[in-house]
Design a protein around this ligand. Structure first.
Ligand SMILES: [Zn+2]
Ligand SMILES: [Zn+2]
Length: 299
């Protein structure tokens, strides 16, 4: 096979993967962290039946993301993240965007979400027209650590002050806050959702807030109260996106370190796709697993 034939065959295979696949169409995983060896991220993408992925990359792992993208430029894009409070890091984020990063995230630092350094990043994202993906967590009983990007209960002030910034919310507190009866230490609350939570409310009120359904937290938000989840997904069908944030090796659960008992030895991404399929119409499933991210990220 010569180079032209090879590229032709690759394009056909890629098109086939995008049109069919086990989820009835292409799927983009907006929350995958780059693996140690180039090719390993793709093993997870394919294994859970996805087509493409966004590699959320701490700048110290930039080479890993770049290696994966070099192997399969049509399957991956990357976001860049680092602690903006450290000298030189703001500039490093700007440089990453110059180098082709398509967003900032995931931001996961021991700071408040409205800290001055964070706001500077939000302004830069508005200017550069890229989204910022944030891990919101107040505490952790699992690791005993202090929170990451704390103060979500007042985040409406940031949403108002940074109207031109697109925020993608993620993690424990963001997803616990679909319910009004949440404690600061909420991580994976079980049982029926008490309607009126700020995440639900702000997704309706602020066009610049989007949701990333990845991880144990996103999965738990969908599985704890299926009736609520059905209406929530319908209500925010244009602003929610599928992500895995899964650490299993192969997209089938091998080596999964999932925390929720119902996800033990399972691929979080694959399970969340199953929940989404169950809880949405085919049209809404397509939006959440593909169209919304493709439009937002201009993939
Ligand atoms: Zn996270
Ligand atoms: Zn997995």
């Amino acid at each position: 096979m010569n180079r032209r034939e090879f590229l032709g065959a690759a394009a056909v295979a890629s098109l086939a993967a995008q049109q069919g696949g086990e989820w009835g169409g292409p799927v983009v995983d907006i929350h995958l962290h780059p693996r140690r060896t180039a090719g390993d991220s793709f093993l997870h993408v394919e294994g859970c039946g996805a087509t493409r992925a966004v590699l959320l990359t701490n700048l110290r792992d930039a080479d890993k993301a770049k290696g994966e993208i070099a192997l399969r430029p049509d399957r991956f894009i990357w976001f860049a993240a680092t602690d903006p409070s450290q000298p030189g890091n703001f500039e490093a984020l700007q440089k990453a965007l110059d180098d082709g990063a398509r967003g900032i995230g995931e931001m996961k630092n021991h700071t408040t979400a409205d800290a001055k350094d964070m706001r500077r990043v939000y302004d830069m994202c508005a200017e550069r027209k890229v989204p910022v993906l944030i891990h919101f967590q107040e505490t952790s009983k699992f690791t005993g650590e202090e929170g990451w990007n704390t103060g979500f209960s007042n985040f409406d002030k940031v949403l108002k002050a940074h109207k031109k910034t697109t925020f993608i919310g993620h993690a424990n507190f963001f997803w616990a806050a679909i319910s009004t009866d949440l404690a600061r230490e909420s991580e994976y609350p079980a049982g029926p959702v008490k309607p009126g939570g700020v995440t639900d409310k702000w997704l309706s009120e602020y066009p610049n807030l989007w949701g990333d359904l990845s991880a144990n937290s996103g999965n738990n938000a969908l599985s704890r109260d299926p009736e609520f989840a059905r209406s929530f997904l319908k209500r925010h069908q244009n602003k929610l996106m599928f992500g895995s944030d899964c650490s299993c090796r192969d997209g089938k659960g091998t080596g999964s370190g999932a925390l929720l008992p119902r996800l033990k030895n399972k691929c979080v991404g694959r399970d969340t796709l199953g929940l989404l399929k169950e809880l949405t119409t085919p049209d809404v499933f397509r939006k959440i697993t593909w169209t919304n991210a493709v439009n937002l990220l201009k993939i």
